[in-house]
Design a protein around this ligand. Structure first.
Ligand code: MN
Ligand code: MN
Length: 474
């Protein structure tokens, strides 16, 4: 009778809430599924280092899965698969459900932009026998992380012939890369005594582009000229074309397995492509036509406040829903309002997992752990929940029940300790429209760094969570 549980043990089991590592719950077959799923994700990450590349790739994937451009359809009906892109930077896709759109949709919303360095409108200059690009950082970065690593250049330029030129240098084997040189320690006495946000500043993030001069004594800026000459030969561009270009500097690093057991993925851009990818695959893998219309929305500009005509504060998602309503036979504004109020949304964005090096900054008992499943954040925001959406108890309960009933591994979490910082997501902007919204995404360590770390178990849990939300959220 040694195995019989004591009354205390039985009560403990019945009453305590304890999360368990997904790996401990997984049998060999399940663990293999987790590993296999991660392989596809790593390829996706390597092919989508900017918001434009991400949206292009997602559009290709949608077409492959039989989705068609909503603009090209005159009517939509149950079971149809449609998508809409805006300005190559934001995209939404839907599988039309059995119930009317006015009953609301099950929406999973993520973002495809990531912190990076943007090339300035007048970027190219020559200094100390080198040519460099001036940059402006985009999103919340720690500037010191961007020095002394190999960097790639991605983006689009319109040349004098009004041709759009796609640029991608530094990703293929054999490509040259770029870098920002740090100061040697021997001369860094003053730098090392500075605060971390002053040791390397945004103005220091000048990227080395080249060093070989154009051989002509009559020319003053020979290296700069050589760079423009090379770019002109390759892309047909001149210096003025930078003004209208969108060029981004990102780490060259490919997504890699981290750890002897290959349980983690280290990569640039998990935030928030990890939620974009899992919510997209969840949409693809639904087993049947869902009751409610399932919508996968991937926005831009989240890292700078969801602003602009491609950010989540724009009308894009409403326009997508309105267009679907119209093509399903209902063009009244009140129909759109009802649809929005009846909509349920998972704001699919990454959260912060406890980093063993900085445990003191995470919320005790309320922090997420790598490997314990998708994180549910009732609220994000700062100390006083400032900027949070703060989901209603009724909705949080429904989500918890949905995940429990469908064996989705999840954990409740907050971003971190109070009064130590904070952050927001797109949740509040969709909540403003009247929908029920909760933050629900993959916990990361090293968020916003050049090498963010996620657990493959949480990646897979997110996929299962989003899939069952589309399929079964009532
Ligand atoms: Mn994010
Ligand atoms: Mn972010």
């Amino acid at each position: 009778m040694a195995d019989e549980k004591t009354i205390g043990q039985q009560k403990e089991e019945a009453l305590f809430s304890r999360t368990k590592s997904v790996w401990l719950k997984a049998d060999e077959h399940y663990a293999q599924k987790i590993q296999d799923f991660a392989e596809g994700y790593k390829v996706f990450l390597d092919q989508s280092k900017t918001e434009r590349e991400c949206v292009d790739l997602i559009e290709c994937m949608l077409k492959e899965k039989g989705f068609s451009d909503l603009n090209e359809k005159s009517h939509i009906k149950e079971g149809d698969k449609v998508y809409l892109v805006s300005r190559n930077k934001t995209i939404a896709a839907a599988v039309i459900g059995k119930t009317s759109l006015i009953e609301g949709v099950n929406l999973v919303g993520s973002h495809v932009d990531a912190p990076r360095l943007d090339i300035r409108p007048n970027p190219l200059y020559e200094d100390s026998e080198m040519a460099l690009f001036r940059t402006r950082y985009y999103g919340g970065i720690k500037c010191y992380q961007w020095v002394s690593i190999p960097l790639a250049l991605h983006g689009v330029i319109y040349n004098k012939d009004n041709e759009k030129v796609d640029v991608c240098i530094g990703e293929d084997p054999g490509d040259p890369v770029f870098t920002i040189a740090d100061l040697l320690p021997h001369l860094a006495k003053d730098q090392m005594a500075k605060k971390m946000n002053e040791g390397i500043t945004g103005e220091d993030l000048n990227v080395i582009i080249g060093s070989v001069p154009f051989k002509d004594d009559k020319v003053s800026e020979k290296i700069k000229l050589n760079m423009l000459d090379i770019l002109n030969a390759k892309y047909g561009i001149r210096e003025e074309d930078f003004v209208s270009a969108e060029l981004e500097i990102v780490p060259c690093q490919k997504a890699v397995d981290v750890g002897l057991d290959r349980g983690l993925i280290g990569a640039y851009g998990h935030d928030d492509r990890i939620c974009a990818y899992t919510s997209l695959l969840g949409l693809f893998d639904m087993e049947a036509t869902p009751e409610k219309t399932a919508v996968c929305y991937m926005s831009d500009k989240e890292e700078i406040g969801s602003v602009g005509n491609t950010g989540a504060r724009s009308m894009f998602i409403q326009d997508f829903l309105a267009e679907m309503l119209l093509k399903a036979g209902s063009d009244a504004y009140v129909g759109l309002r009802k649809c929005l109020v009846n909509t349920k949304m998972l704001s699919a964005d990454v959260s912060s997992a406890i980093n063993p090096n900085f445990k003191g900054l995470h919320a005790t008992n309320n922090g997420a752990f790598l490997g314990k499943g998708i994180g549910i954040c009732k609220y994000t925001g700062g100390n006083a929940k400032g900027g949070a959406s703060d989901a209603n108890a009724e909705f949080v309960f429904k989500i918890r029940k949905l995940f429990n009933d469908n064996n989705v591994s999840w954990q409740a979490c907050e971003l971190g300790k109070m009064d130590k910082g904070g952050g927001g997501t797109i949740a509040q902007y969709v909540a403003n429209l009247g929908s029920d919204v909760i933050d629900c995404g993959v916990p990361l360590i090293g968020m916003h760094s050049t090498m963010e770390v996620a657990s493959k178990a949480d990646l897979y849990s997110a996929y299962l969570a989003y899939k069952c939300f589309y399929e079964k959220m009532a």
